[in-house]
Design a protein around this ligand. Sequence first.
Ligand code: IPE
Ligand code: IPE
Ligand code: MG
Length: 249
Amino acid sequence: MGIFHRKEAKPELVPQEYLPRSIGIIMDGNGRWAAKRRQPRKAGHAAGARTLRRIIRYCETRGIGYVTLYAFSTENWRRPAQEVDAIMDLLRDYLREASENFRNENVVVHFIGDISRLAPDIQQMIAEAIEFTAHKTGMVVNIAVNYGGRDDVVHAVRQIAQQVKDGRIAPQDIDEEMISAHLYTAGQPDPDMILRPSGEYRLSNFLIWQAAYSELVFMDVLWPDFTEEDMERALHAYAGRQRRFGGIK
Ligand code: IPE
Ligand code: IPE
Ligand code: MG
């Protein structure tokens, strides 16, 4: 199945045992949403940020274990500075609000990507958000900012190469598990499902290593319009897949 279209009927809830444990979401279509309304692209990003808050809450109520949201890619720096700044300001708003809300919510916040390229105040707020949710026991929310799947692998390989250089490991010790353990998502399960709204059929450098056996779900709704019902439809699509991991069933 390629893309699937929204049906108007309200979907029934997928039974717990068929739900993915870990979900990746490529939050796409903000610019097109704004263009349709003759608004600046940043209005689309602001609307997308509101969807993010709703969908995180929905995933939590559905008992999802891990959700990874692609907010800004290593390639998104190619956009006009004005747009990049607007996205960074929305990230500031989110982190500011999070510093209040996360205290009361049982979610563990994590950031994936090279955050050292972000503004110092953002890095500071990220460190705080991570610190005051670290002891929580609920859903893990990974926000991918300045994230690229290839950069993720490069970053892991550099750390492993250093260990070889220091004589702590031999090249033969390097295996898939070791590489996974050095990615930004270390210690977390690979995404069972990767969801991309907006009608594009690609990963755009999102979790490329981790996505080896992810079920891909594409939907033709723009991210700012994405609803809790759309999320449930995506969960249905996932529940209907037969996963084989190279074996036979
Ligand atoms: C996704 O929406 C948000 C980011 C990449 C930051 P876009 O801004 O890519 O929206 P479209 O794809 O142009 O509609
Ligand atoms: C992917 O969307 C990145 C994020 C959603 C953060 P893009 O809009 O940047 O991807 P392309 O350029 O269409 O592949
Ligand atoms: Mg896009």
